[in-house]
Design a protein around this ligand. Structure first.
Ligand SMILES: [Fe+2]
Length: 399
């Protein structure tokens, strides 16, 4: 119970590649951040957000005041949707370029963060498009400075070099990873997350759990990604039910936010494989489908299929939510069933059929997992040989 020694109202600096201001009240640090930006000659920027949360959480009041106090002009693109598209990114980049923006502030969960990272690249490569980025037509070496104000405890995007976007007409949802899109600063303020609905709360925390299960079991997993994974699963197992029961439980929000941030660092190191590579086709085909829900549905089958290859690691990291697993291939089914029981316990018993997918979709989804740019790279570091058969098996077992 080391958590009892932490004062959640103390804002701490957590240094990953990004300087993260972490704790209740961290949003006030936007004043210092704005001062720093201005001192570096940044007098205009674009703020990227969804329609409502940036205001309803109260974040905008702090940001607007800080920008005004420091004489920084801004334009706000508030049309980022879940699963942001390359068209939306191009539209925002056009506005940013016309305005003369020299930096990007993102306010939101993974979608505004990732769209903002993409705009930050396009500010340095004005002749390119978002599709050029996500179809890997060039390799960005620089981006405008990014400040990520995080409003959900899920993606971890505020502390890592990843971004995703959807190319609608191709049903592609690729992921990019470039050093130039580490945010310069991130703000993780659990108070800004106290209005997440129980459903959002579940889905974003399940996203974090998937990040670490994959980062701890990929072919490039390290001791670091494995240690982080155990801690993340322990914290989510303990605090997710509390945040579902009481949205305003700031202690629960604090430790879920910490877990998600650490999970972002974990997959920055250990990367991702099956669950994310197979989820992206789901939300690319159905753009209103929640990333976290898709991951939840796929996770038990992924565990069943990789347990034998990584039994020691999985028995260790899953212990907080599936106690008593033996590090032995014989426990594959027990591990998968245990994870599904845990998902049910947080009220996510869904299967793909519940979400409108059928047997007839398996071939298309399987093909997308291999043809979507970048996803083959994730499949290439899965702990078992990922071929069309193994991918189709996971989709089928998830129906
Ligand atoms: Fe994710």
């Amino acid at each position: 119970m080391w958590e009892k020694d932490i004062d959640i109202n103390q804002v701490r600096e957590i240094r990953t590649r990004t300087l993260v201001y972490f704790g209740c009240g961290a949003i006030e640090k936007i004043e210092d951040i704005s001062k720093d930006l201005k001192s570096k000659g940044i007098d205009k920027l674009i703020v990227m957000s969804g329609r409502n949360a940036y205001k309803s959480t109260g974040a905008w009041d702090y940001v607007e005041k800080a920008l005004k106090n420091n004489g920084i002009g801004y334009v706000n693109y508030d049309k980022v949707t879940p699963n942001p598209t390359t068209q939306a990114i191009d539209e925002a980049a056009g506005i940013a370029k016309e305005f003369g923006a020299k930096a990007v502030i993102t306010i939101g969960g993974g979608s505004p963060t990732d769209a903002g990272k993409s705009v930050a690249i396009l500010l340095k490569y004005p002749d390119k498009t978002a599709a050029d980025i996500y179809e890997f037509k060039f390799t960005p070496a620089e981006a405008a400075p990014i400040i990520a104000i995080n409003l959900t405890h899920g993606t971890g995007s505020e502390t890592n070099r990843f971004a995703v976007a959807t190319i609608l007409e191709k049903n592609y949802k690729p992921a990019i990873a470039y050093d130039c899109i580490y945010p310069t600063y991130a703000i993780d303020d659990p108070k800004l997350m106290a209005k997440l609905s129980p459903k959002q709360t579940r889905y974003v925390s399940i996203d974090a759990v998937n990040h670490v299960v994959e980062a701890a079991t990929s072919l490039v997993a390290s001791p670091y990604s494995i240690s982080l994974a155990r801690e993340v699963i322990e914290l989510v197992g303990k605090y997710l039910p509390k945040a579902i029961a009481n949205a305003e439980d700031l202690e629960a929000r604090y430790f879920l936010c910490y877990a998600a941030m650490m999970a972002g660092v974990a997959f920055d190191n250990g990367l991702l494989h099956y669950t994310h590579a197979l989820e992206h086709p789901l939300s690319a085909v159905k753009p209103d489908f929640s990333h976290g829900l898709g991951l939840a549905i796929l996770l038990p089958a992924v565990i069943r299929n990789i347990y034998a290859a990584k039994a020691d690691t999985l028995a260790y990291i899953l212990e907080p939510i599936v106690p008593g697993l033996k590090p032995d291939a014989a426990d594959s089914e027990k591990a998968a069933a245990g994870v599904y029981e845990w998902l049910k316990s947080v009220d996510v018993p869904n299967k793909l059929k519940d979400e409108g997918f059928t047997d007839t979709d398996v071939d298309k989804l399987t093909n997308l997992a291999f043809t979507t740019p970048s996803l083959d790279g994730l499949l290439g570091i899965a702990p078992t040989k990922a071929d069309k058969e193994s991918v189709a098996t996971i989709y089928r077992e998830s129906l």
